[in-house]
Design a protein around this ligand. Structure first.
Ligand code: 13P
Length: 254
């Protein structure tokens, strides 16, 4: 069975004071439940602080972006090796907000993932359609393009080193969660696409759901066969809610 994983995406939120409170809320539960992985992806300036807060715990640290370049004259960019110096193990890539506001495309996202993997990081590659694309019946075509566009750069041999997140854009920050069976259908489709490339990777790779995951819908979503946990935005900013979501993933293991 694939190990469930719950990832908090803090986006551009947090402060030195609130970060400490948030981490202290979840860290004990995460230490006691090692059968479910827990990650928090924090803004760059907080990596050092949160690295110290999670030291010697089972709570893992991640970032929300990385450069595709190794080093040099790239003002404002952060390299994968810098992230590992701060104890990062994961990096979210291809989030729809970065696709939209920073015009990131599938190829660049794949190049970033390649750079992350080369430095021992696990990329969490986000895929998802807009409302118009869903209503036009294009969901699978969009997901397929995003998946294969990124994998063309990552290389099929590194497929197993990736996590994929299905995040329908219309469900992000809107309170409109995908119906569990609709999410499962897309997760199954992603897994089938991966299986066509590599049967073993198709069984091993984790595919997590994001988009208005809350404490009251997490279990219903996570209990589907091809949903291996969640990528949580707003609710990851509340220690109490994030803890409940994390524990919902644990219930699936029973
Ligand atoms: P919300 O959980 O706030 O909908 O955000 C989802 C998301 O974008 C996680 O990456």
């Amino acid at each position: 069975m694939r190990k469930q994983i719950v990832v908090g995406n803090w986006k551009m939120n947090g402060s030195r004071v609130t970060n400490e409170i948030l981490v202290s809320h979840v860290i004990n539960d995460v230490n006691e439940n090692v059968d479910v992985e827990c990650v928090i992806c924090v803004p760059f300036p907080f990596l050092g602080q949160v690295q110290t807060l999670v030291k010697n715990s089972e709570l893992s640290l991640g970032a929300q972006n990385v450069s595709d370049q190794v080093k040099g004259a790239f003002t404002g960019e952060v390299s994968a090796s810098m992230l590992t110096e701060f104890g990062c193990k994961f990096v979210i890539l291809g989030h729809s907000e970065r696709r939209m506001y920073n015009l990131e495309n599938d190829v660049l996202i794949g190049q970033k993932a390649r750079s992350a993997i080369a430095n021992g990081l696990t990329p969490i590659i986000c895929l998802g359609e807009s409302l118009e694309e869903r209503e036009a019946g294009d969901t699978k075509a969009i997901i397929k393009r995003q998946l294969h566009g990124a994998l063309g750069e990552v290389g099929h041999e590194s497929l197993e080193r990736c996590i994929f997140a299905y995040e329908p854009i219309w469900a992000i920050g809107t309170g409109k969660t995908a119906k569990p069976e609709a999410a499962q259908e897309v997760h199954r489709f992603i897994r089938e696409e991966i299986t066509h490339i590599d049967n073993y990777a198709g069984q091993q790779v984790r595919i997590i759901y994001g988009g208005s995951v809350k404490s009251d819908n997490a279990f219903e979503l996570f209990s589907n066969d091809d949903i291996d946990g969640g990528l949580v935005g707003g609710a990851s900013l509340s220690g109490e809610d994030f803890k409940k979501i994390y524990l919902a993933a644990k219930q699936k293991n029973k």
